[in-house]
Design a protein around this ligand. Structure first.
Ligand code: SAH
Length: 217
């Protein structure tokens, strides 16, 4: 508990988080619940932590930066691509309470199963974990107010753009490491894109892992 507050104080001091709701969520969700016992000593260190299947739980400052950039509000319907440990989804779930829900998609079934158990232990009841290629989204639950990717994609996967609500936002690390954290918002006349800074993430796999072939070549 003291370590968790220390981590959050540090993130605030370093300027990664300002929104009081995000700060409260970071102070509340026990990050150690999302790690194997052998990795728990690292739960409050500001670096990515191995979670199995060659994947990592993102560093706390990156999770904080993304939550800050997503502007999650009560009632929002959220899609996360890349469940990993489930920690990020638990925070998102808390930020959309009451009335909101999060569906998160993970490619590795073993990670999804562990994340589901951890989310249960953390009592994140408004988070649903699915196994599959998150680049395809969850058309049965669309439209989403917010969509975010926790793995780096060459470009925004087109099915995800289609599943965004008219005033929705999508946040994703784009490009090879180091990637840029890009936020796109839908507007009447197209898309408004902002670059929120440099970041490093594991790559998106699946159908949208490669840029589309240039039709002219
Ligand atoms: N937010 C996570 C970090 C996840 S790391 C956390 O807090 O722990 C990124 C995850 O994206 C990895 O678990 C990886 O397996 C997953 N991933 C990569 N490509 C994917 C795809 N196409 N669909 C769903 N998940 C994917």
């Amino acid at each position: 508990m003291a370590e968790r507050h220390q981590m959050v104080d540090d993130l605030v001091t370093r300027g990664f988080v300002q929104d009081p709701r995000v700060i409260r969520a970071l102070r509340t969700v026990p990050r150690e619940l999302f790690l194997e016992a052998s990795a728990r000593a690292e739960a409050y260190e500001d670096h990515p932590v191995w979670i199995g299947s060659g994947q990592t739980m993102s560093a706390p400052h990156m999770v904080a930066m993304m939550l800050e950039g997503l502007g999650l509000q009560p009632g929002h319907r959220v899609l996360e691509v890349g469940t990993g440990s489930g920690y990020h989804a638990a925070l998102a779930g808390m930020l959309v309470e009451p009335g909101g829900r999060v569906v998160t998609i993970e490619l590795h079934a073993s990670l999804a199963a562990k994340a589901r158990a951890s989310l249960g232990n953390a009592r994140a009841e408004n988070v649903e974990v699915r196994v599959g290629d998150g680049g395809k989204g969850a058309p049965d639950l669309a439209p989403f107010d917010r969509i975010y990717l926790t793995c780096a994609a060459p470009r925004m996967p087109p099915p995800l753009l289609d599943q965004l609500a008219p005033d929705g936002w999508i946040l994703a690390p784009l490009g090879d490491g180091p990637s840029r954290l890009v936020r796109a918002r839908r507007r009447d006349d197209g898309w408004f894109e902002e670059d929120l800074g440099a970041c490093a993430f594991v790559p998106l796999r699946g159908q949208y892992a490669e840029p589309l072939a240039d039709a002219s070549t």
